[in-house]
Design a protein around this ligand. Structure first.
Ligand SMILES: [Zn+2]
Length: 169
């Protein structure tokens, strides 16, 4: 492995060295100590652990644009439930999500304009109706043959303007 030192990440690596000075999670196992798994959006304004009163080690977190239950999210949830002690699953999309407020065409146009080239081939998981999508996602989790009924599954909406989470399902 060659070591890279372009300098692009120096500020972050410096911050990491400070972080490591008070690091106290060494030797920590990989299970979800609070028995929680969260599926939520990649949005930078969402702090999945803090918004639920959790800390590192408590939860498995799967994030993607829109906070959708994709095949990979299901893969993570199955692993979480069977190998990592997950007992409660929260699916948490959020208000003012870009994936729910733009059409596929709009996103392709905006990305294409930024890239200076055609982006019409790029797929984006746009959400036409957030509540319907959430219902669908929760149904997928609940009906998964490897996720037992003993696991609690909830569908929520995070309000990015108030910080409040509303349970919808
Ligand atoms: Zn989002």
């Amino acid at each position: 492995m060659s070591s890279r030192s372009s300098g692009d990440f120096d500020d972050l690596l410096a911050a990491n060295r400070e972080f490591a000075e008070t690091f106290d999670l060494a030797g920590f196992d990989g299970v979800a100590h609070a028995g929680i798994a969260i599926v939520t959006c990649m949005a930078s304004r969402i702090a999945p652990l803090q918004m639920l009163g959790l800390t590192p080690g408590d939860a498995k977190i799967f994030r993607n644009p829109g906070g959708r239950v994709t095949p990979q999210a299901l893969e993570a949830l199955v692993l979480g439930v069977h190998l990592l002690r997950v007992e409660r699953i929260l699916v948490i999309p959020h208000t003012r999500c870009a994936m729910a407020s733009a059409s596929l065409e709009e996103l392709r146009e905006r990305v294409g304009a930024s890239a200076g080239q055609d982006a019409s081939w790029q797929s984006f998981g746009v959400v036409a109706d957030q509540e319907a999508a959430l219902r669908d996602d929760i149904r997928q989790v609940r009906s998964h043959p490897l996720i037992p009924e003993s696991v609690a599954v909830g569908g929520f909406l995070y309000d990015v303007d108030t910080g409040l989470i509303d349970q919808l399902l």
